[in-house]
Design a protein around this ligand. Structure first.
Ligand code: BG6
Length: 473
């Protein structure tokens, strides 16, 4: 335990929502159970809808696995403010906070983005934001570059940039942070991490789940906004960025920003988008996207594959392929860094056997390094690829959920794993053509497959092939 937090209060807006239930509350309970939280803290959960105090606490109790002390803390420290609409001002919240004597405050907007400015204004007008109170904003951060800008301008009138914590929960994943360790805590990789040695990079974030139950949000967003503009763009940045001056928030974000600004302009021929139809997932019949969202005319993409270039000295000419989709055969995320072939093949068969690093983000987190090895035996030297295998489960504790890390960082005032305004803006700028002028035709793919055939053709044109994450699980 490397820090002791001061007594604090967290105020969550949108407490009746899914995110609060599925992610934020379990993360807080875990942090409490593991002793990260001080004895004196308070949690205020607010919702525009009615929520019952007792039901809310009962749900929290059900998450506690260890100590009676935590149960007592919940009973004493959790306050439910239901039917609270910030557009009518924050007086009821101000009255409640006045009774809670903790100096540190964290506000968390787990709401749709149209509420961000309303919440910031209500907090500002009642002077509830202290000099060091972060306001955490959940994604989606807008729907386009211009909507992002208008949300941001409205929020910034009340909250200064260093206190706006924009979440991309992928940055809270252990394996994503480990990417920086792999690169910058080891001498052996970084010297090879450039266009002279790397042939191409692939980032696959595959999901098996469909979109049933999320129609309201997803059908307006699509995977380009839901996944590529944020999660995949961040993974790309961490894979490609230069070493930051230090591990401080601005130093890390400066380097990610440079990558975003070097991305080549997206062109229609470098993008494939698809939407899942009926199919078989894990042997079970799966309904089509249009049925899932009850919109027979929907043209929302549930799959995207992109070929991206980075215009700088380190990466010029090295393609970065990004792929993500719903209703794919498996839920697996990997980053594959494929090296060039040896310049001269001393042994036969070597030309195909390039070294590669496969970073498994989830599940079975770990890193596999493919090296070529002599097959034991007399006669001609026969070479075979083998995996040096680093399973994180063998070396560490259980992987914490991303939200545990992110909440703790926000409480400590550490914004390194949160996104800065200019980063989000640059990422919207980059993706905008794929949503508008360069958006290609939508193709259908059966649920349970790896997306439209054109996603394979996208790579075949440069002599590459997608790596199937299942091979490396
Ligand atoms: C969310 C998206 O941001 O990330 C979801 O809105 C997606 O559509 C989810 O399923 C994936 O996150 P994870 O952590 O399950 O990979």
């Amino acid at each position: 335990m490397d820090l002791q937090l001061e007594p604090f209060v967290i105020v969550i807006f949108g407490a009746s929502g899914d995110l609060c239930k599925r992610k934020l509350m379990p993360a807080l309970i875990k942090l409490a159970e593991q002793g990260w939280l001080p004895d004196r803290y308070a949690l205020v959960v607010t919702s525009r809808r009615p929520i019952e105090d007792e039901k809310f606490k009962a749900n929290l109790f059900s998450m506690v696995t260890t100590s009676a002390k935590i149960l007592a803390q919940i009973t004493d420290n959790v306050h439910v403010l239901a039917d609270f609409d910030p557009s009518q001002g924050a007086k009821p919240l101000a009255d409640l906070l006045a009774r809670i004597d903790h100096k540190r405050r964290l506000f968390y907007a787990a709401t749709p983005p149209d509420q961000f400015a309303v919440i910031a204004e209500a907090l500002g007008n009642c002077s509830l934001l202290l000099d060091d109170s972060p306001l955490v904003l959940e994604k989606p951060l807008g729907h386009s570059l211009s909507s992002y800008r208008s949300i941001n301008n409205a929020v910034s009138k009340h909250v200064s940039e260093n206190l706006i914590y924009r979440i991309d929960h992928y940055l809270g994943k252990e394996t994503v942070q480990n990417l920086l360790c792999l690169r910058f805590a080891n001498l052996i990789f970084e010297s090879l991490w450039n266009r002279s040695y790397i042939d191409h990079v692939q980032i696959t974030v595959a999901e098996q789940e469909g979109c049933a139950g999320r129609a309201g949000y997803y059908d307006k967003a699509g995977t380009m906004r839901d996944m590529v503009q944020n999660h995949l763009a961040q993974l790309l940045c961490l894979t490609a960025m230069e070493q930051p001056l230090n591990y401080d928030a601005d130093a890390v974000r400066d380097e990610k920003l440079k990558v975003l600004r070097c991305l080549s302009k997206l062109k229609r021929e470098d993008i494939v988008i698809g939407q899942y139809g009926q199919g078989l997932v894990n042997g079970d019949k799966a309904t089509s996207y249009r049925d899932d969202v009850d919109n027979s005319a929907s043209s929302t993409e549930t799959f995207a594959a992109l070929k991206v270039g980075i215009n700088n000295w380190r990466w010029a000419g090295v393609p970065f392929y990004l792929r993500t989709g719903k209703r794919l055969p498996t839920r697996e995320s990997i980053i594959v860094v494929r090296f060039k072939s040896v310049p001269y093949a001393l042994f036969s068969g070597l030309s195909e056997l390039n070294n590669q690093i496969v970073i498994r983000l989830q599940p079975n987190e770990g890193v596999k390094l493919q090296v070529n090895n002599k097959l034991p035996g007399p006669g001609n030297v026969r070479v075979e690829p083998h995996q040096l295998n680093l399973n994180f489960s063998d070396v560490g504790n259980v992987m914490p959920d991303a939200y545990e890390r992110l909440l703790l960082d926000a409480l400590r005032g550490n914004a390194t794993l949160y996104m800065r305004d200019d980063e989000v803006e640059a990422s919207w700028q980059w993706i905008e053509p794929a949503l508008t002028t360069e958006r290609p035709a939508l193709e259908q793919y059966p649920a349970g497959t790896w997306g439209p055939d054109n996603a394979q053709i996208l790579l075949a044109a440069t002599g590459h092939r997608w790596v199937n994450p299942q091979i490396y699980s």
